[in-house]
Design a protein around this ligand. Structure first.
Ligand code: NAP
Length: 477
């Protein structure tokens, strides 16, 4: 297990020797200690990334692609080890952790191929003796700040296109899950990335952020995390006018029309809501069910929820692991209490689950009926295994309800009507739409949000735009 920060190809501790404890959310046991670095360590990481930038950008696209593919294959080789590490520090079931490693590597492979297609253009000129060339160049030193809910994929989704474009990076992983990041760093060293291309600093968020924002050599911040922190970072990024990609919170509506395949909708709802114990940015937060199928959907969904097993992510057959920390459990409880105080009906779950010998951080998958718009759960991210249901009558009404959110990341709807599919997809004010699909994420698609869910896209050819600048040369012959 790698437990040091990576700066300029060297594994280092914090200058003052201080450390951060990484604990297993399922047991509260200490897993490891990592450096509690700050401004000085980040400054040196920026020095290293700056020093490595020009030679890295000057390499051929094929060279950069080969290294990205190599890192991907090393991660695939070590899937079991990386997945265990992830379950240890994050709590998600082992099978999900393995799935995340596959998802994480898909961004490295996709970006590796995109590196080879970073084409410029020659435009029709404004005069016969002129030519206009459009060059696409890397943005420069890029800071990457990531959350704990997808400890590997949230890094590679940024790392892949940044490196493919020719940028060098300074990564600050979440304090709950630094080990997955450091393990990726170690494999990057094994793959042969030059020193300084990838730097990883664990430690004090405000100090690390401060060093990033104060240093004019950093040209870009790619952040995934909460809207509140994203907003703060955006303000700080104004000092040096950093390029920004902000992948922030969500509050996804999940709409089921009368004509939907109900069993398909229930299966999608189950996966979409309870994966990662409901701690995903695109998970369904509020379910709108058309009146004609509300009771039937609620009954089928409750039955399906009853089949979910809660427990330690290392146990075979567990679907829902612990929540990340005590605050997360308290938030889930407060949302359920508030919903019940506003007339919500508890249909199943609603309480902590005791798991022998484990921390008090497991929560039963929960279904709440009769959600109304005065409930916290109808507008705030719950980030836990709670599904609230509301009924609606018309398509117009549900589109208004779905769009009445400050967020705009993902939205889902289920119908068999083709014309309605197009109408609703166009009307929903969200960056990602699942039409009869509860799992839309994939490496080739432009993942990202609108409104308070942020801006910028990750995935596919679109991600490359986030890490490149266009420059044109007006050439008089
Ligand atoms: P968070 O509290 O916003 O933290 C995200 C990252 O920001 C962590 O690495 C955190 O460091 C760091 N950070 C906090 N304050 C900082 C500062 N002043 N300067 C620099 N860095 C700072 O979010 P989280 O609780 O880890 O993750 C959950 C949130 O992420 C949810 O809102 C979820 O919806 C969102 N999310 C969005 C997407 C998407 O693609 N849109 C994907 C996944 C998650 P520490 O850990 O050290 O505090």
């Amino acid at each position: 297990m790698q437990t040091q920060s990576l700066v300029g190809g060297k594994w280092i501790g914090a200058d003052d020797g201080s450390t951060l404890a990484v604990t297993n959310p399922a047991t509260d046991e200490l897993v490891a200690s990592v450096p509690c670095g700050g401004a000085a360590e980040t400054g040196r990481a920026i020095d290293a990334a700056w020093g490595a930038f020009k030679p890295w950008a000057a390499r051929t696209a094929a060279d950069r692609a080969n290294l990205l593919h190599k890192l991907s294959s090393l991660m695939q080789r070590d899937t079991d080890r990386l997945a265990k590490l992830m379950t240890l520090e994050q709590g998600k079931p082992l099978a999900e952790a393995k799935g995340e490693i596959g998802y994480a590597t898909s961004f490295l492979d996709w970006s590796a191929e995109e590196a080879k297609r970073l084409n410029g253009e020659i435009l029709p000129a404004s005069a016969p003796d002129k030519r206009i060339l459009v060059l696409r160049q890397p943005v420069g030193v890029t800071a990457i700040i990531t959350p704990w809910n997808f400890p590997a994929a949230m890094i590679t989704r940024k790392l892949g296109p940044a490196l493919a474009a020719g940028c060098t990076v300074v990564i600050k992983p979440a304090e709950e899950t630094p080990l997955s990041a450091l393990a990726i760093g170690e494999l990057a060293c094994e793959a042969g990335f030059p020193d300084g291309v990838i730097n990883i600093v664990t430690g004090k968020p405000a100090e690390i952020g401060g060093a990033i924002f104060e240093d004019p050599r950093v040209r870009k911040l790619s952040f995934t995390g909460s809207t509140s922190v994203g907003r703060m970072l955006m303000a700080s990024a104004s000092k040096n006018l950093l390029r920004l990609s902000l992948e922030l919170g969500g509050h996804a509506p999940f709409i089921v029309f009368d004509d939907a395949d109900l069993d398909g909708a229930v299966a999608a709802a189950l996966a979409c809501k309870f994966r990662n114990a409901g701690q995903t940015c695109i998970c369904a937060n509020r379910f709108y069910i058309q009146a004609g199928v509300y009771e039937e959907f609620a009954a089928k969904f409750a039955t399906a929820i009853g089949g979910l097993r809660v427990g330690d992510g290392f146990e075979e057959g567990v679907h829902v692991g612990p929540l990340i920390n005590d605050d997360a459990v308290t938030k889930v409880e407060s949302h359920i209490d508030d919903a019940r105080a506003h007339g919500g009906k508890l249909l199943t779950g609603g309480k902590r689950v005791k798991v022998d010998g484990r921390a008090d951080r497991f929560f039963a998958p929960t279904l709440v009926g009769e959600m109304s718009s005065d409930m916290l759960i109808s507008r705030e991210e719950t980030f836990g295994p709670v599904a609230p249901l509301a009924r609606f009558d018309s398509e117009q009404e549900v589109i208004e309800l779905a769009n009445a959110s400050e967020y705009g990341l993902a939205a889902y709807f289920f119908t068999r009507d083709g014309a309605r599919t197009m109408r609703v997809a166009e009307a929903l004010e969200y960056g990602i739409i699942g039409a009869n699909d509860g799992g839309p994420s994939t490496a080739q698609a432009p993942f990202g949000g609108v409104k308070h869910s942020g801006f910028g896209r990750e995935g596919g050819k679109y991600a490359m735009d986030e890490y490149t600048e266009l420059k044109y040369v007006s050439w008089k012959l």
